[in-house]
Design a protein around this ligand. Structure first.
Ligand code: TRP
Ligand code: SF4
Length: 548
């Protein structure tokens, strides 16, 4: 991502800047590292979410609008003891995280899993994900960390020697940062037979043209690269087969969102039964159901009040009500009214419907038997009159599990911002000065911070007068993402002092550089301690694969 230059800043209208400022930052630290206002004003509208391409995001707002990623801030209050990356808006988005937050609140089982391609040394960008896994583990989640070696080999062309060399390093940093291997699970894709079996099964649900349109695959894409996609699908769902179906969060960068969408789809496609709500024997769409619900509520209420001849509301009554009250434009009501007219005198009765999607006959029969209370059985569905939607969901899942199905819940995800490179631009493993490796000598880390780009003014005088631009400063980002750790007060202090002109870049970088050196030293000590104990852990680190 290119940093905003002053001239591009100036081109952003005040309202655009305000809109993006107010968007999704907690006010505490005022983090805003995407330069959304300025970039969009400059016409940068390319947001491509490409897992194997260059992962930069010009405008995070587009991710909400175009891809349906939800803003994390909206559910921050429902997360118990949120992590500082959540509080500071570094974790900016999510897909369906509510069930995970609910499980944390209610002490119900949940899981966290993420994976790493061992393409180089782990760096401070990976630390964000390590921390996210560890935090969820500390909140009581079943935690999984995996080495995506099949993906690195097929999609990135790394040799097994290179992969072996880096794989251990990721594991050591994850452990050094606090992952508990006794409670959690670490694995390599290539060594996990269950994952590969699951990948094979999930591959049955996806076809070539679908992968082509999601990932831009074409006739030149090799088969193993495609296999690495279904392997990742299996990774994502693995916590639910290793144990039982449960809410699972996958912390990743937004470049991985295409994988999340596909995983959620595949999870749904394997399900035996669908659960919907209905008012009569016919199938209605969601929109039609809403109209019917509205009419039914009105008519049912009326009947109760007047004790009129309408103790039974019939389908034709609903159609009449819709014609009379016109709660939506004619064309939107049309299909509902047709179905209702066709059903005529059939009484309207709210029900929860269980549909047979992929079940065996035996499983469907078992489901029918398991429904308690009044029910009506049709060829491909059973209508239940005494079950709530949640009960029906639970029942369907249980019968599926009893009959050899997976019973998957759709996996959830959270998305963190990409860190800006220390030299400006994006942080990239291939540009050593742009990032700090977790294996950098502390002095080297110190030097890299000292020579980082800042959001400072040309002169100290100007800085005192105008304040620094912390929002555009990679050094401030280091404080917020890493160096300030859990200390919000410290992060805010750096920010306020910077923008208030009390903090000058020289001293600020010196402080950051020292903190970075300290962090690296401590981290590497812990890595060394784990390296000694590594063979006690149950993880296979050397693959004995062909050396190519
Ligand atoms: N594709 C991920 C990457 O590029 C690695 C990965 C493999 C992964 N399996 C995963 C990430 C499962 C999250 C969940 O780094
Ligand atoms: Fe960045 Fe610190 Fe300079 Fe502010 S004072 S611009 S935070 S280096």
């Amino acid at each position: 991502m290119t940093r905003n230059t002053d001239s591009r800043d100036a081109s952003a209208s005040p309202s655009e800047r305000d809109a993006s400022d107010g968007e999704n930052w907690r006010s505490s630290a005022h983090l805003r590292t995407d330069g959304a206002g300025a970039d969009s004003a400059a016409g940068a509208d390319e947001v491509a979410l490409d897992p194997w391409g260059s992962s930069s995001v010009a405008d995070y707002r587009k991710l909400f609008e175009e891809f349906g990623i939800a803003e994390f801030e909206e559910l921050l209050d429902s997360v118990p003891n949120p992590h500082y990356l959540m509080r500071r808006g570094v974790i900016f988005g999510h897909r369906d995280y509510e069930p995970v937050a609910a499980a944390m609140r209610e002490n119900e089982p949940f899981a966290v899993l993420s994976g790493f391609m061992p393409t180089g040394d782990p760096h401070i960008g990976h630390k964000l994900v390590f921390d996210e896994i560890i935090w969820h583990q500390q909140q009581g989640g079943d935690a999984y960390g995996l080495i995506a070696d099949l993906e690195a080999h097929s999609a990135r062309g790394l040799t097994w020697d290179e992969i072996d060399q880096h794989a251990e390093s990721y594991i050591l940093s994850l452990l050094a940062l606090g992952f508990d291997p006794e409670e959690g699970t670490l694995y390599r894709q290539s060594a996990n037979r269950e994952v590969q079996d699951l990948a094979f099964e999930l591959g049955i649900e996806a076809n070539y043209s679908e992968l082509g349109s999601i990932y831009g695959f074409d006739g030149e894409t090799d088969v193993s690269h495609m296999q690495s996609v279904v392997t990742q699908m299996a990774d994502i769902l693995y916590p639910q087969v290793a144990d039982e179906p449960k809410p699972t969060v996958i912390p990743v960068g937004p470049d991985q969102d295409p994988h999340m969408r596909l995983a959620r789809d595949l999870a749904a496609r394997t399900r035996f039964f669908g659960v919907t709500e209905a008012y009569a024997s016919f199938e209605a769409t969601e929109d039609e159901r809403e109209l019917i619900a509205e009419a039914y509520a009105a008519l049912d209420g009326e009947a109760a009040r007047t004790d009129a001849d309408r103790d039974t509301v019939r389908c034709e009554d609903i159609a009449d009500w819709l014609r009379e009250h016109e709660p939506a434009p004619e064309d939107e009501r049309q299909s509902a009214m047709e179905k209702l007219d066709a059903a005529g005198k059939e009484p309207v009765r709210p029900r929860v419907r269980l549909l047979d999607r992929n079940a065996t006959e035996e499983a469907f029969e078992a489901l029918i038997d398991a429904v308690e209370g009044e029910k009506r059985v049709y060829e491909n569905h059973v209508d239940t009159f005494e079950l709530t939607r949640a009960d029906a969901d639970e029942l369907a899942r249980q019968v599926e599990l009893d009959h050899g199905g997976y019973g998957f819940l759709p996996p959830s995800s959270i998305y963190h911002r990409f860190m800006t490179g220390l030299t400006g631009g994006k942080m990239s493993s291939s540009i050593p000065a742009s990032h700090i490796s977790l294996l950098d000598d502390p002095e080297e880390g110190y030097d890299k911070v000292k020579s980082a780009t800042t959001g400072g003014r040309e002169t100290a005088e100007k800085q005192r007068e105008l304040g620094g631009k912390a929002d555009e400063c990679p050094v401030y980002e280091l404080y917020a993402y890493l160096l300030a750790d859990d200390d919000d007060e410290f992060a805010t202090e750096v920010y306020e002092e910077c923008v208030g002109g009390e903090r000058l870049c020289g001293g600020c970088k010196e402080q950051a550089a020292e903190l970075m050196a300290e962090f690296l030293e401590e981290h590497q000590e812990k890595r060394d301690e784990w390296a000694e104990k590594l063979d006690e852990l149950d993880i296979e680190l050397d693959s004995d694969r062909a050396r190519r």
